[in-house]
Write a protein that binds this ligand. Structure first.
Ligand SMILES: *[C@@H]1O[C@H](CO)[C@@H](O)[C@H](O)[C@H]1NC(C)=O
Ligand SMILES: *[C@@H]1O[C@H](CO)[C@@H](O)[C@H](O)[C@H]1NC(C)=O
Ligand SMILES: *[C@@H]1O[C@H](CO)[C@@H](O)[C@H](O)[C@H]1NC(C)=O
Ligand SMILES: *[C@@H]1O[C@H](CO)[C@@H](O)[C@H](O)[C@H]1NC(C)=O
Ligand SMILES: *[C@@H]1O[C@H](CO)[C@@H](O)[C@H](O)[C@H]1NC(C)=O
Ligand SMILES: *[C@@H]1O[C@H](CO)[C@@H](O)[C@H](O)[C@H]1NC(C)=O
Ligand SMILES: *[C@@H]1O[C@H](CO)[C@@H](O)[C@H](O)[C@H]1NC(C)=O
Ligand SMILES: *[C@@H]1O[C@H](CO)[C@@H](O)[C@H](O)[C@H]1NC(C)=O
Ligand SMILES: *[C@@H]1O[C@H](CO)[C@@H](O)[C@H](O)[C@H]1NC(C)=O
Ligand SMILES: *[C@@H]1O[C@H](CO)[C@@H](O)[C@H](O)[C@H]1NC(C)=O
Ligand SMILES: *[C@@H]1O[C@H](CO)[C@@H](O)[C@H](O)[C@H]1NC(C)=O
Ligand SMILES: *[C@@H]1O[C@H](CO)[C@@H](O)[C@H](O)[C@H]1NC(C)=O
Length: 836
C-alpha cells in the first residue's frame, strides 16, 4: 500500500516533468517559427469539441482526457481525435458506451472528414449541421438510438462517400438531395423506420455502389428510372441494392437491367406484384437475387439461365406458376435454389443434378409432379433438401431418403420409399427365381402400416407367386417323367468342347413353356451338379440389389447353396459377345476371387450367373451391420485386407484385368472369414452405359478415385485407391458411404492425422489392443493413405501393397482362422442397395 502510494507520487512527478518538457519543446518550436502541426488545436475546433463533450453522456469516462488544456487535443492526448494542422479531421469513438446526443456544434469542425460513433447509445437526431462540412467523407453512426429524420442538408457535402445510419430509430423520408453528394458510394439506411417512397433522384446517381434500405417502412413503387440518362457501359456503379422488408408495392422495373454491374438484388418481403422482367437475365454479374415473399406472378423467366454468376436464387413465397426451364443447369455457380410456396407445375428438371455445387434446394409447397430425378443424388454438397407438399410420385432415390428425413418429402400422396410407413411396392418377383421371403427385414415389417393399395398389390403378388409355383411344379414333374422315360435329356452330359473344360447342357426344346424355346445352362468346373430345372426350381432369397442386377441365395434340391445373380435386362451385351466374355470369366480361379460356376441364358434373354455362396455375407454388412457385442479383431481385419490384396494382385498381374468396382459390398466372406472379391469382370458383360452408371454409384459411395470423375476409365491405380479405402474402412470401422463433416473417408482420416490425433481414427475396438499392435496399425494406416493419394502416380501397385502388408504382419493367416467369430446369429443383412 505504502509502496503503491509512493509509486503513484513518483509517476505523477514524472508525468508533470514530461509535460513541462513537452511545453518547452513547443515553446522552442514557436520561437523558431516552425509550424504547429498537430500540436495545438484551433480555438474553433476546441470550442466545438467542448460542445460535443457537453452533450455526450460518458459512463465509462472515455472523454476524461478531453480536459481543459487544449494542448492535448491534437497531440494524441484526447481520445478518438485526429488532427491535421491543428484542425480536427476525425472523431472515432465506436463501442465506447456513449449516450446523450451529438451536438450541432460539430458543424464548426470545418476540416472534419470522418465521424465514427457507431455502436454506442446515442439518441437525439442526426445533426443538421453535418451539411456544413465541406470535407466530410464518412459518417458512421450505425447501431445507435438516433431518431428524427435524416437532414436533407447532408446532400450538401460534396465529398461524402459513406453514409451509414443503419440500425437506428430514424423516421421520415429519405432526402432526395442525397444525389447531390456526387461522390456517395455507400448509403446504408437500413433497419430504421424510414417512410415515404424511394426518391427517384437516387436512380440518377452515378457514384452509388451500395444502396441498402432494407427493414424500413418504405412504401410506393421502386423507381423505374434506373440508368435513365446512361448511355455508356459502366456509367452506373450500383452493385448492391437491398430493399427487402418494406411495404414497397408496384412491379419490378425493367430498368434495373441497365445496372450492368449489379451483384445483389434483394426485394423480399414487400408487396411487389406483376411478373419478373425477362430483361433481368442480362445482369451477367448478378450473384444473389431474392424476390421472396411478394406477390410476383407469371413464370420463371427463361432468360435466367443466362445469369451465369448466380449463386443464390430465392423466389419463394410468390404466385409464380408454369414449369421451370430445363436449362437451369447453365447456372454453374448456383448453390442455393429456393422456389417454395409457389404454383410451379410440371417435372423437377433432371438437369438440376448437373449443378454440382447446389447445397440448398427447396421446392416445397408447389405443384411439381412426376418423379424426383435420380440425377439429384449426384449433388454431393446438398445439405438442405425439401420437396414436401407437391404432387410428386414414385420412389425417392435411396441416397436422398437416407440423407433427409420424412419432413423433406411429406405431402406427396404418391411418393414412396422415404420412411418406414411409405415403403414402395417391391417389384414383381422374377419368374425363374422365387423369393421365399420378402426382401424387407422383419423389423421394418413391424412398423409397416398397410394401405388398401398395398394390400391389393400384395394380394396380386401372392397370386402370381402361387401361379408360378404351380407352373414350376408341373414343369418339374413333367421333366422328371421325361427324363425317366427317355433317360437322355435333362441330364448333364459332358462335352469336351475345344479348348474348354465346360460341362454344358442344352435344355433344348423339351423345356418349354407356352411354346417358347428353352434356356441354356453352361457349367464351368466346380463341385456342383445341377440341371437347369434344379436351378429354376430352387428356393431363393433376395440378398441384395446392385446396378448389375439382383442377387439371390438359392438352395438346391440336394441342400447345396449357390449364389445366383440375375443380371438386369437390357444392360448386358448381345448374346454372342456375352457368351465369349462369360466363358473367359468362368476360367478365373483364385482363392480370393469369387468363382463363377455356371451361367444360364433364358429363352427370353434372361441371364443368370451362378457363384459360390458366401455364408458370412459382404464385408460391408460384416463391419457395419453387426451386433454391438460382436468384436472383429485385428488379425481378422488384417486377413481380409491381405485377402483382398491377394485377389487384386492376381487379377492385375495374372489375368491382366481391372476390377473397377471394388467396394466393401463386393468383398464377400466365407465361413473362415476369408475374403472373396465379387463382381470381378462383370463390367465386361455389360454395355458401356451400364458401366458408367456403376462408376457414378461407386463414386457416391466413396470408393472411387477422384480422377475417375474426369477420366471415367478405371485402371490399376483406381483399383488401388479403392483398396486403400477398404483398408481405411477396416481400420476405422467407418463406412465410406457416409460423409464425415463433408469430407470423404480418406480426407477425414488425412485431416485427423494432420492434426496429430492419429489414434482417434482407429476403430475403438482395435485401440483396446493398441499397446501390442500400435505399430502395425500405424504402418497399415500409412500404407492405406499412400493408396488413396490424390495423385494416381504416387499410389503403389497392388503387388507392393500386398508385400508391405505381409511385412507388417507375417503371421496373420495362421491366427485369423482361429479368431474369427460368428458376426451375428441371424443371417447377414443384404448389402446396402446402391441407388438405382
Ligand atoms: C487532462 O488529461 C490528461 C490526459 O488524460 C491528463 O494527463 C491530465 O491530468 C488532465 N488534466 C486535468 C486538469 O484533468
Ligand atoms: C447495412 O447495415 C446493416 C445493419 O447495420 C448491415 O447488417 C448490413 O450488412 C449493411 N449493408 C451493407 C451492404 O453494408
Ligand atoms: C442539388 O443541388 C442543386 C443546386 O444546389 C439544387 O438546385 C437541387 O435542388 C439539389 N437537388 C436535390 C435533389 O435536392
Ligand atoms: C465502355 O466504356 C469505356 C470508357 O468508360 C470505353 O472505353 C469502352 O469503349 C466502352 N465499351 C463499350 C462496349 O461501350
Ligand atoms: C442469353 O444470352 C444470349 C447472349 O447474350 C442471348 O442471345 C440469348 O437470347 C439469351 N437467352 C435468353 C433466354 O434470354
Ligand atoms: C463461379 O465461381 C467461381 C469460383 O467462385 C468463379 O471463379 C467464377 O468466376 C464464377 N463464374 C461466374 C460465371 O461467375
Ligand atoms: C395445384 O394444381 C391444382 C390443379 O391444377 C390446383 O387446383 C391447386 O390449387 C394447385 N395447388 C397449388 C398449391 O398451387
Ligand atoms: C446434364 O444432365 C442430363 C440429365 O441428367 C445429362 O443427360 C447431361 O449429359 C448433363 N449435361 C452435362 C453437361 O453434364
Ligand atoms: C462442395 O463443398 C466443398 C466445401 O464447402 C467445396 O470445397 C466444394 O468445392 C463443393 N463442391 C462443389 C462441386 O461445389
Ligand atoms: C398431380 O399429378 C398428376 C399427374 O402425375 C395429375 O394428373 C394431377 O392432376 C395432379 N394433381 C394436381 C392437384 O395437380
Ligand atoms: C428433419 O430434419 C430437420 C433438419 O434436417 C430437422 O429440423 C427436423 O427436426 C427433422 N425432423 C424429424 C421428424 O426428424
Ligand atoms: C420442408 O418444407 C415444409 C413446407 O415448406 C416445412 O414445413 C418443413 O419444415 C420443411 N422441412 C425441412 C426439413 O426443411
Amino acid at each position: 500500500m505504502l509502496m503503491g502510494n509512493r509509486c503513484y507520487k513518483f509517476l505523477r512527478l514524472f508525468s508533470s516533468l514530461f509535460i513541462y518538457a513537452l511545453l518547452f519543446v513547443q515553446l522552442v518550436v514557436v520561437v523558431s517559427g516552425k509550424s504547429w502541426d498537430g500540436i495545438i488545436v484551433t480555438e474553433a475546433d476546441y470550442q466545438a469539441l467542448q460542445g460535443l463533450k457537453h452533450d455526450l453522456i460518458d459512463p465509462k469516462g472515455v472523454l476524461r482526457s478531453w480536459n481543459n488544456s487544449g494542448y492535448g487535443a491534437c497531440s494524441g492526448g484526447w481520445a478518438g481525435i485526429k488532427c491535421v494542422k491543428g484542425q480536427v479531421i476525425a472523431i472515432q469513438l465506436p463501442w465506447k458506451g456513449l449516450g446523450g446526443r451529438i451536438s450541432e456544434k460539430i458543424g464548426q469542425l470545418q476540416a472534419l472528414r470522418k465521424i465514427s460513433l457507431h455502436d454506442n447509445f446515442l439518441a437525439g437526431s442526426v445533426p443538421w449541421s453535418l451539411g456544413f462540412l465541406p470535407n466530410l467523407r464518412g459518417v458512421y453512426l450505425f447501431n445507435n438510438r438516433l431518431s428524427g429524420s435524416i437532414p436533407p442538408s447532408i446532400g450538401n457535402c460534396p465529398l461524402l462517400q459513406t453514409l451509414d445510419l443503419s440500425n437506428n430509430l430514424l423516421t421520415g423520408p429519405i432526402p432526395p438531395s442525397l444525389v447531390n453528394s456526387t461522390k456517395l458510394l455507400r448509403a446504408n439506411l437500413s433497419y430504421n423506420s424510414l417512410s415515404g417512397s424511394i426518391p427517384s433522384s437516387l436512380t440518377k446517381s452515378r457514384s452509388l455502389v451500395i444502396l441498402a434500405l432494407q427493414h424500413n417502412k418504405l412504401s410506393g413503387p421502386i423507381p423505374s428510372t434506373w440508368g435513365a440518362s446512361g448511355t455508356g457501359n459502366h456509367s452506373y456503379q450500383l452493385k448492391i441494392l437491398t430493399l427487402d422488408h418494406n411495404n414497397i408495392s408496384g412491379t419490378i422495373p425493367i430498368s434495373l437491367s441497365k445496372l450492368s454491374l449489379l451483384q445483389q438484388i434483394s426485394l423480399s418481403n414487400n408487396q411487389i406484384s406483376g411478373t419478373i422482367p425477362n430483361e433481368l437475365g442480362s445482369l451477367s454479374r448478378l450473384q444473389i437475387l431474392d424476390l421472396s415473399n411478394n406477390g410476383v406472378s407469371g413464370s420463371f423467366p427463361d432468360s435466367f439461365s443466362n445469369l451465369s454468376s448466380l449463386v443464390s436464387l430465392n423466389l419463394g413465397g410468390n404466385r409464380l406458376d408454369d414449369q421451370i426451364p430445363q436449362s437451369l443447369d447453365r447456372l454453374h455457380n448456383l448453390s442455393v435454389l429456393i422456389l417454395k410456396d409457389n404454383q410451379f407445375i410440371g417435372p423437377i428438371p433432371e438437369t438440376i443434378g448437373n449443378i454440382s455445387g447446389i447445397n440448398q434446394l427447396d421446392l416445397s409447397r408447389n405443384n411439381f409432379s412426376g418423379a424426383i430425378p435420380a440425377s439429384l443424388v449426384r449433388l454431393a454438397n446438398l445439405t438442405s433438401f425439401n420437396v414436401s407438399y407437391n404432387n410428386l410420385s414414385g420412389a425417392v432415390p435411396s441416397l436422398l431418403s437416407k440423407k433427409f428425413n420424412s419432413s423433406s418429402f411429406v405431402g406427396n400422396l404418391q411418393l414412396c420409399g422415404y420412411s418406414g410407413s411409405t415403403t414402395c411396392p417391391s417389384p414383381s418377383p422374377p419368374p425363374q427365381i422365387l423369393p421365399s421371403q420378402p426382401p424387407e427385414s422383419p423389423k421394418k415389417k413391424h412398423h409397416h402400416k398397410l394401405s388398401t393399395k398395398d394390400i391389393l398389390l400384395i394380394a396380386a403378388g401372392a397370386l402370381l407367386v402361387v401361379l408360378l409355383l404351380l407352373c414350376c411344379f408341373l414343369l418339374c414333374c413333367f421333366l422328371r417323367k421325361r427324363a425317366a422315360s427317355s433317360g437322355k435329356s435333362g441330364k448333364i452330359s459332358k462335352h469336351a468342347s475345344a479348348g474348354s473344360t465346360e460341362k454344358a447342357i442344352s435344355a433344348g426344346p423339351e423345356v418349354q413353356s407356352g411354346g417358347e424355346a428353352g434356356g441354356k445352362l453352361v457349367h464351368f468346373d466346380g463341385p456342383f451338379v445341377f440341371t437347369a430345372d434344379d436351378l429354376l426350381c430352387a428356393t431363393a432369397e433376395i440378398m441384395g440389389k446392385s446396378t448389375y442386377g439382383t442377387s439371390y441365395k438359392a438352395t438346391l434340391e440336394d441342400g447345396n447353396q449357390v449364389a445366383v445373380k440375375r443380371l438386369r435386362e437390357k444392360t448386358t451385351k448381345g448374346q454372342k459377345e456375352f457368351e465369349s466374355e462369360v466363358a473367359a470369366l468362368g476360367k478365373i480361379r483364385h482363392p480370393n476371387l469369387l468363382a463363377l460356376r455356371a451361367y444360364y441364358l433364358g429363352p427370353k434373354g434372361e441371364k443368370l450367373l451362378v457363384f459360390d455362396y458366401m455364408p458370412k455375407g459382404s464385408l460391408a454388412s460384416f463391419l457395419h451391420a453387426r451386433g454391438p457385442e460382436t468384436i472383429i479383431d485385428w488379425p481378422t481385419r488384417m486377413n481380409i485386407a491381405m485377402g483382398v490384396s491377394h485377389g487384386l494382385v492376381y487379377l492385375h498381374t495374372q489375368e491382366n484385368m481391372i476390377h473397377g468396382n471394388l467396394t466393401s459390398s463386393n468383398i464377400l466372406l466365407d465361413e473362415q472369414t476369408n475374403a472373396h472379391i465379387a463382381d470381378t469382370g462383370l463390367s465386361r458383360l455389360m454395355t458401356s452405359a451400364a458401366n458408367t452408371n456403376v462408376i457414378a454409384t461407386a463414386g457416391s459411395l466413396g470408393y472411387n478415385a477422384p480422377e475417375l470423375t474426369k477420366t471415367k476409365k478405371a485402371n490399376h491405380k483406381t483399383d488401388v485407391y479403392s483398396l486403400g479405402v477398404i483398408i481405411l474402412e477396416l481400420l476405422t470401422g467407418k463406412s465410406p458411404g457416409e460423409p464425415m463433416n463433408g469430407m470423404d473417408l480418406p480426407q477425414w482420416v488425412a485431416s485427423i492425422v494432420k492434426e496429430e490425433w492419429t489414434n482417434e481414427v482407429f476403430d475403438l475396438e482395435l485401440m483396446r489392443d493398441a499397446p501390442n499392435i500400435g505399430d502395425e496399425l500405424l504402418n497399415t494406416l500409412k500404407l492405406a493413405l499412400h493408396c488413396v493419394d490424390p495423385s494416381p502416380e504416387a499410389r503403389p501397385e497392388a503387388q507392393q501393397v500386398l508385400h508391405q502388408l505381409e511385412e507388417i504382419k507375417p503371421d496373420v493367416a495362421a491366427s485369423a482362422a482361429t479368431s474369427a467369430e460368428e458376426p451375428t446369429k441371424s443371417p447377414p443383412p443384404p448389402p446396402p442397395p446402391p441407388n438405382e
